[in-house]
Design a protein around this ligand. Structure first.
Ligand SMILES: Nc1nc2c(ncn2[C@@H]2O[C@H](COP(=O)(O)OP(=O)(O)OP(=O)(O)O)[C@@H](O)[C@H]2O)c(=O)[nH]1
Ligand SMILES: [Mg+2]
Length: 380
């Protein structure tokens, strides 16, 4: 088939036209944004306990050999020692947020065997396992280490000692030893790692009380918010920044319901994430009838999990004050509690300042008591 000149022109022009239009599209396209992980997917990524088998590296073998050189009849033993096996070490890394990156087994690097001419084997390199801040290391029921500060380390498995070469056994009464020893196997043990989130304040409340909404309102954290219960399945930590560069970490955990200690709802296992919080924020939903009963239930459930947990310094926050029926219940709540509740709305941002001031007050008091007892307060 023969194309006329006009048809050819069209064919040649069309690719250019196409590329121009594409370039235009690209110019007007928004830069791709990182999609936030849904709470369900996050659950797969968020792991807060792990069983790990760790084995230190094996030590290198010592060598038995004799110096050999022309015209040198008794050169003597010159077998070098083996290198030591590498340790396996747990190291806290602030970039790591859960134990999901921790594998089920680790084998340390072996030491090199010794060599001729008194050559010692190289030591096995140290194998580091990166764990998040707040990792508790247990063997059986015994707690071995509490890695609660950035940079903390714990030797999970010691590498085996390197063997000795026959040079090592040279003595006055034995000028030609042939003995050499093999390298030792590394330590092997099964450890249980448990993550306990480290934050200053723990947000505790019934499902749908607005914990995640409140965390979104006061910090940069972006936990999912929805009108169905148990939206939050993993703890989220948000940092509240103050003008004097002070930072207070607030942890949002899944909702608690009455009977959670009998494994109702999501149970109480996730309360381990507020075990370390020096103070708590009890969030009460004012939009439901008799909101004061929520506080009693929450305290009761906390006591069932760990005695004394509910007696930590706390503040009561009454949420959803933007709803008329909620505002009407506030005087009743204040009277029942016998103390001041911070009434606010996480949705509209009303009265958030009062909470921020109270949070700082609680934090400052915590810092003062820690310093009084000669302990270093938790810092972010
Ligand atoms: N009117 C009003 N609605 C709110 C307020 N705070 C939260 N909500 C709504 O309450 C519902 C639950 O909010 P979430 O922040 O997901 O509650 P949560 O306590 O984190 O719930 P779980 O994660 O399921 O425990 C959502 O539909 C929010 O829009 C508020 O101050 N006013
Ligand atoms: Mg939530």
């Amino acid at each position: 088939m023969v194309h006329g000149p006009s048809r050819l022109l069209l064919l040649r022009a069309s690719p250019r036209l196409l590329s121009v239009s594409c370039a235009d599209c690209i110019k007007h396209q928004e830069p791709p944004r990182k999609q936030p992980l849904s709470e369900k997917k996050l659950k797969r990524h968020f792991v807060d306990h792990r069983r790990v088998l760790v084995r230190g590296g094996r030590g290198g073998n010592g060598v038995s050999c004799f110096h050999s050189e022309p015209r040198k009849e008794f050169g003597g033993p010159d077998g070098g020692d083996g290198g030591n096996g590498g340790h396996v070490i747990l190291r806290v890394d602030q970039q790591v947020k859960s134990l999901s990156s921790v594998l089920s087994q680790y084998q340390g690097f072996d030491g090199e065997d010794g060599g001729r001419k008194n050559c010692f084997g190289r030591n096995g390199a140290v194998l580091y396992i990166r764990v998040p801040v707040g990792t508790l290391v247990k063997e059986g029921n015994e707690v071995l280490a509490d890695l609660s500060r950035p940079g903390d380390k714990f030797i999970a498995a010691v590498g085996g000692a390197g063997g000795k070469g026959n040079r090592f056994f040279l003595a006055n009464d034995n000028r030609a030893p042939t003995t050499c020893t093999p390298g030792q196997p590394g330590q092997e043990r099964v450890l249980f790692l448990e993550l306990k989130t480290v934050a200053h304040a723990g947000l505790v409340g019934f499902p749908n009380a607005g914990k995640s909404s409140l965390l979104r309102a006061i910090s940069n954290a972006r936990p999912a918010v929805a009108s169905y219960p148990f939206t939050t399945l993993n703890p989220h930590v948000g940092i509240v920044h103050y003008e004097d560069h002070q930072q207070i970490a607030v942890a949002d955990i899944p909702g608690i319901i009455r009977g959670a200690h009998q494994n109702r709802g999501l149970g109480l296992a996730f309360l381990r994430h507020i075990e370390r919080c020096p103070f708590l924020l009890f969030l009460v939903d004012l939009s439901v009838p008799e909101p004061w009963t929520q506080l009693d239930d929450l305290k009761y459930e906390l006591e069932q999990y760990d005695e004394g947990l509910s007696k930590r310094p706390y503040a009561v926050v009454a949420n959803k004050i933007d709803l008329p029926q909620a505002r009407a219940r506030l005087p009743q709540l204040q009277a029942r509690l016998g103390q001041e509740a911070i009434a606010l709305s996480a949705a509209t941002g009303e009265n958030l300042e009062e909470l921020l001031l109270r949070l700082k007050e609680l934090h400052d008091r915590h810092v003062a008591t820690e310093l009084e007892h000669g302990r270093q307060p938790l810092r972010w």
